[in-house]
Design a protein around this ligand. Structure first.
Ligand code: SME
Length: 164
């Protein structure tokens, strides 16, 4: 089945309002978590052209299975860091605090992990299941101050649409 995304121009709100029903259509009836994360990352990257869009998932630490760490999941963009500890960088902070973080200037975020030297601003949204964080959506832009409360609202709506 062809799955072509309709790309629109306009305000951020208009773009999200066009994109979200299409993403919900892609997710509809598909229970596979990884397939859904892959399509969400691809749809966001295709519509917005951001530098990097992808997921990190909470998994057992490769060196100590009693601990967990974030491991790179489906993404679109340049190659990225594969593992992030709790509390480290923007992603690790969102895992720890279970709340979305908007970083207008990554150089001003203490401990920011620079997977790409081109990244200038970032938003990270937690994926929460049964009250616990099971992963994060990370979006990076190569321009400063690219994310605001509109992105937070609609990206959180997209995350909530993914069957966990
Ligand atoms: N900048 C992130 C790391 C992941 S990459 O940007 C893809 C962070 O500080 O957690």
């Amino acid at each position: 089945m062809a799955e072509d995304l309709t790309i629109v121009t306009g305000s951020k709100v208009e773009i999200y309002q066009s994109l979200i029903p299409q993403i919900k259509g892609l997710l509809d009836g598909e229970p596979d978590f990884i397939a859904n994360l892959a399509n969400v990352a691809a749809a966001l990257k295709e519509q917005f052209g951001w530098l990097w869009v992808g997921f990190y998932l909470v998994k057992p630490d490769s060196k100590n299975s009693a601990e967990s760490e974030l491991v790179l999941g489906p993404f679109q963009g340049p190659v990225a860091c594969t593992r992030i500890k709790k509390g480290r960088g923007v992603c690790g902070a969102v895992w720890q605090n279970a709340e979305t973080l908007i970083v207008p200037d990554v150089e001003k975020f203490p401990g920011h992990i620079a997977c790409s030297s081109l990244s200038r601003s970032e938003i990270v949204i937690p994926l929460i299941k049964n009250g616990g964080v099971i992963g994060v959506l990370d979006v990076d832009s190569n321009e400063l101050d690219q994310f605001n409360e509109i992105d937070k609202k609609y990206l959180e709506e997209i995350i909530e649409a993914i069957p966990l």
